[in-house]
Design a protein around this ligand. Structure first.
Ligand code: GLY
Length: 343
């Protein structure tokens, strides 16, 4: 069965306990190739990345394939099938980074199906690392990327219509919504489904290839019903994605504002550089997010995943419910439930 946004949530019930998984990895010296993606929708992403890695291909090619697969999936949570901003437009952010610290990002880009490939094109053919808005779209079109219609996916259209019923159309933080235990559709951050589980509209993938090189990607349609022009952590190198080939890589999902505040993935990689395992590094970065305002932290989700040069993997999140998918030898993705700060 092809996973959908809803079925990802159900699939997570099948996930392995974290500790069992972590012990399995602790016993291995170098575990490569290996690819890790956020969420159980990582089964789609890893499924596209693995054939590249299995053949001895480069991590940068694998992570781009992961992003393309997930951006193609109109039923999933990123790409043009994602939720629109509050004006009804889907705007996409993406970043990619390789083993030589080459990186490329696009933000607030409309009607282009594969922001990840635009980001890679920018990385490989220009002196720049970050394009936004109309400029990013112009660059994409000039490089042969087709301009899509901008029509919402059926899921997104339904969600948008529902949101419009309750939306208070004003650019202020709705504190009541932010602190609501039930979540729901507020003007800013409908990052929870009605059942209280957190929405996720970001996919990140990090990989270690057979050559021992690390690369990563992050792609999103951003927070659903965001203010027009809002950009989260995904396209910001060091926030939504960071790679250092001496150390490893990290990516994030969740409420990007909170990741930006602490330069989240750069922090995770620096913690690993200082000797922490990927798990410990993700946990410490989450604690850095929570510490300044533990009360505020009850209202949002952020999850990190990380990989080091030994092919060890770790993750940690603010709230329970975050999971990730690991694919290694054998090629079958395992979905792992991450530990979280709040039980
Ligand atoms: N983490 C994606 C975003 O906040 O836009």
């Amino acid at each position: 069965m092809k996973p959908t946004r809803r079925s990802f949530l159900r699939l997570s019930a099948l996930a392995l306990p974290f500790t069992q998984f972590n012990r399995a990895f602790a016993s291995k010296a170098v575990n490569k190739p290996i690819v890790v993606s956020t969420w159980d929708s990582g089964q789609i992403a890893n499924g596209a990345a693995w054939p590249v890695l299995e053949k001895g291909g480069k991590a940068i090619d694998a992570v781009e394939q992961a992003a393309i697969a997930i951006e193609n999936d109109i039923n999933c949570c990123v790409g043009l099938g994602g939720n629109p901003d509050r004006d009804g437009y889907v705007t996409l952010d993406a970043s990619i980074m390789d083993e030589k610290a080459n990186c490329g990002s696009v933000a607030f880009m409309e009607k282009i199906k594969h922001p990840i490939s635009v980001a890679r094109k920018l990385m490989e053919t220009t002196p720049h690392v970050f394009l936004a808005g109309v400029g990013a779209q112009q660059f994409a079109i000039a490089n042969g990327f087709p301009l899509e219609s901008g029509k919402l996916s059926p899921d997104a259209e339904k969600a948008y219509k529902e949101w419009l019923v309750k939306a208070e159309y004003k650019p202020v933080i709705n504190v009541e919504h932010q602190q609501s235990k039930k979540g729901g559709h507020g003007p800013f951050a409908p990052n929870r489904f009605e059942d209280g589980s957190f929405n996720h509209d970001t996919m990140g993938t990090i990989a270690l290839d057979a050559n021992g090189d690390v690369s990563g990607m992050c792609t999103t349609s951003g927070m659903g019903f965001k203010m027009r022009g809002r950009v989260g952590d995904t396209p910001i190198i060091g926030a939504g994605l960071f790679v250092d080939n001496e150390v490893g890589a990290a990516t994030s999902s969740g409420q990007g504002e909170e990741v930006i505040r602490v330069c989240g993935t750069h922090l995770v990689v620096e913690f690993m550089r200082n000797g922490l395992s990927p798990y410990e590094a993700c946990k410490k970065a989450v604690e850095r997010i929570v510490k300044p305002n533990p009360e505020r932290a009850k209202s949002f989700q952020v999850g990190f995943i990380a990989i080091n040069k030994q092919g060890e993997v770790g993750a940690y999140s603010v709230q329970k419910g975050f999971n990730y998918t690991v694919t290694e030898q054998g090629g079958k993705g395992k979905v792992i439930n991450a530990e979280s700060h709040f039980a």
